[in-house]
Design a protein around this ligand. Structure first.
Ligand code: AP5
Length: 224
C-alpha cells in the first residue's frame, strides 16, 4: 500500500498517518519530522531548513526531494509506505512519480483531509508533540494519559515553535498557493480521496480503513 496524506496544517495528517502505520506496519515518512530532527541534531540540512520552518515557509524542493529519494529507496519501503507532508509542490509530485516509475511502482491513494481555517487555528493552540517520535496529542481532543508526557516514550511534550497563530495563518497561505495545485494534479490521476477532517479522529480513521481494506481485497483477488 502506497499512501499520501495531504491537507492544510493541523488537518490531522500526522495523526492519521500514525494510526495507519500501526494498522499496516509499513514505514511512515513525515518530511516535517525529518526536518525537525535535522534541526535538533544541528546537521547541515537542519541549519539550512530552520528559518523556513520557523517562518512557516516551504524548504526548497531540491532539499526535500533529496531527503525523500534517499528514504524511499531503503529496503523497508519495498512493501509500501505512508507519506505525510510530501509532496507539497507540483515539482515534488512530478519527481515522486519519476521515482515510482523507475521502480515500477504506483500510488494507491492520496487522502486529503479538509478542515476549515478557524478549526485549524483552534487545533494549533492545543497541539502538543513528542519531539523524538513525532507523536501528536491535543489537550482537548487527544490528551496524553499523563499531562505533558508522551504515552509511549514518556518524554516531555512540546508546543511546536511554528504553532503560533500568525505563523499558522501564513502556513495556510503557503498551502493555498503552493500545495493546493498538487490536489488538482492527483485529482486528474484519479488518486485523490477527499475526507472531512473535522469528524473525530476515530471516524476519520475508519473512513480511511474502508478505502484501504477495499483496495487490499481487490489486490488479493487479483493475485489469487
Ligand atoms: P509539517 O510538519 O508537515 O506541518 P504541516 O503540514 O503544517 O502539518 P502539521 O504537522 O502542522 O499538521 P497535521 O496535519 O499533521 O496535523 P496533526 O495530525 O498534527 O511541516 C512543517 C514544516 O516543514 C513546513 O512548514 C515546511 O517548512 C517544512 N516542510 C515539511 N514538508 C515539506 C515539503 N514536502 N516541502 C517543503 N517544506 C516542507 O493534528 C493537529 C492537531 O489536531 C493535533 O493536536 C491532533 O491531536 C489534533 N487532531 C487531529 N485530528 C483531529 C480530529 N479529527 N479532531 C480533533 N482534533 C484532531
Amino acid at each position: 500500500m502506497r499512501v499520501i496524506f495531504m491537507g492544510p496544517p493541523n488537518a490531522g495528517k500526522g495523526t492519521q498517518a500514525q494510526l495507519l502505520q500501526e494498522e499496516l506496519q509499513i514505514p511512515k515518512l513525515s518530511t516535517g519530522d525529518i526536518l525537525r530532527h535535522a534541526i535538533a541534531e544541528g546537521t547541515e540540512v537542519g541549519k539550512q531548513a530552520k528559518t523556513f520552518l520557523d517562518n512557516g515557509d516551504l524548504v526548497p524542493d531540491s532539499m526535500i526531494i533529496d531527503i525523500v529519494h534517499e528514504r524511499l529507496t531503503k529496503a523497508d519501503c519495498a512493501e509500501g509506505f505512508i507519506l505525510d507532508g510530501f509532496p507539497r509542490t507540483v515539482a515534488q509530485a512530478e519527481d515522486l512519480d519519476q521515482v515510482l516509475a523507475k521502480h515500477h511502482l504506483s500510488l494507491d491513494f492520496v487522502f486529503c483531509l479538509t478542515v476549515e481555517d478557524e478549526v485549524i487555528i483552534e487545533r494549533q493552540a492545543g497541539r502538543r508533540m513528542a519531539p523524538s517520535s513525532g507523536r501528536v496529542y491535543h489537550l482537548k481532543y487527544n490528551p496524553p494519559k499523563v499531562a505533558g508526557k508522551c504515552d509511549i516514550t514518556g518524554e516531555d511534550l512540546i508546543h511546536r515553535p511554528d504553532d503560533q497563530e500568525d505563523v499558522v495563518r501564513h502556513r495556510l497561505d503557503v498551502y493555498a498557493q503552493q500545495t493546493a495545485p498538487v490536489l488538482a494534479y492527483y485529482q486528474q490521476k484519479g488518486l485523490l480521496v477527499t475526507l472531512d477532517g473535522t469528524t473525530s479522529i476515530e471516524d476519520v480513521h475508519s473512513q480511511i480503513m474502508k478505502f484501504v481494506n477495499t483496495r487490499t481485497q481487490q489486490k488479493d483477488a487479483h493475485c489469487g
